[in-house]
Design a protein around this ligand. Structure first.
Ligand code: UDP
Ligand code: MG
Length: 328
């Protein structure tokens, strides 16, 4: 029987220090598995020597395809480019810095063979994750799971397997602001979760700057939840109730002839005006963000632009499957 085909998708941005070591690790894990692999590296507009190294990797490994994006579009867009292009009955995405251990691919494929369409991984935070990343991630997942209708796995990563069916469903979601973890949760399908302990980066520094982390959180909140709008609405309601209470209080003073006890009240008045103004601004801001998102969706811009695509030359199969292989 023909072996099944598996697409591996790796987005990379300025990974010249880690990419060679990563590919060696990846090879080690793939070469013992009885599948045909294609490895698609997406170079997300790297400004360092990543492109040259990908050329070298491609020259030495016929299974490697390279997509060069025309500039840095960001992790989620680069991943999308790879997922759109990847062939295979199953497609697995992972980071190119060694923090998503390729040794888990065998187990992911076994679960896929057992009938799961989506194999998610969940980061076990005792590993080499900084306290800062851990706490921001916790706040982030609490926030989106409280606010959105789509539940996203805390500590989830963009390290997952999708069956062809699940991937085609995901590709049907043509949105510009992409939070893939939420989108994968949204499509459903039979899903299983694999916990893992993230190893340290092979080399180099994290490419997720604070700015990129904020952008991801913003995309997750505003493209998966309408709660910020309701938040403004209920705050407005609360303010009206407070105003009503104050009115009742003042009228009661007048009715009892005690209006003289009312202070001129400049400070309280100012306070109320400032609070009201502030809340209105916040609410307007929320509406503004949604209108901005609608604007960007309506323009229908592409999520990424491919500058150059180098296809893989072949997808070789290993000579003999390992004896302990439990898959199909
Ligand atoms: N990455 C990318 N484009 C970007 C930022 C990151 O393609 O704009 C890639 C990066 O090369 C890595 C993966 O996305 O393969 C995850 O990034 P990183 O390891 O820096 O994030 P962290 O693990 O620190 O969250
Ligand atoms: Mg990383």
């Amino acid at each position: 029987m023909q072996p099944k085909t598996v697409g591996i998708v790796v987005p990379v941005y300025n990974e010249e220090e880690a990419i060679l070591a990563f590919h060696a690790q990846l090879r080690e894990s793939l070469d013992v598995l009885p599948y045909r692999f294609t490895i698609t590296y997406v170079n997300d507009g790297s400004a360092d020597g990543t492109a040259a190294m990908l050329k070298q990797i491609q020259a030495n490994d016929a299974r490697v395809a390279v997509l060069e994006l025309s500039r840095n579009f960001g992790h989620q867009a680069a991943l999308s480019a790879g997922l759109d292009a990847a062939p295979g009955d199953y497609v697995i995405s992972l980071d190119g810095d060694g923090q998503h251990p390729p040794t888990m691919i065998a187990e992911m494929l076994q679960l896929a063979e057992a009938g799961y369409d989506v194999v998610l991984t969940q980061r076990d935070d005792v590993g080499h994750v900084s306290a800062f990343k851990r706490s921001t991630a916790r706040i982030f997942y609490n926030l989106i799971n409280r606010m959105g209708d789509t539940q996203v796995l805390p500590g989830g990563a963009d390290f997952r397997l999708l069956s062809r069916n699940a991937l085609e469903a995901l590709k049907g979601m043509q949105e510009y602001h992409r939070f893939l973890r939420g989108m994968v949760a949204w499509i459903g399908f039979r899903t299983v979760i694999l916990p893992y302990q993230p190893p340290e980066r092979l080399a180099g520094k994290s490419k997720y700057t604070l700015k990129k982390m904020f952008a991801l959180a913003r995309d997750a909140v505003f493209s998966f939840s309408l709660v910020p709008l309701y938040f403004g609405l209920s705050l407005g309601g609360l303010m009206l109730v407070l105003a009503l209470l104050e009115m009742v209080y003042v009228i009661s003073l007048w009715l009892r002839g005690a209006q003289a006890s009312l202070e001129p009240g400049w400070s309280s008045l100012m306070f109320v005006i400032l609070v009201t103004g502030g809340l209105l601004m916040i609410l307007l801001g929320f509406i503004g963000v949604y209108i901005g998102y609608i604007f960007q969706e309506v323009k229908g811009r592409p999520v990424y632009i491919v500058r150059k695509a180098e296809p893989a030359r072949s997808s070789a199969v290993p000579a003999t499957p390992p004896a302990d292989w439990e898959g199909e």
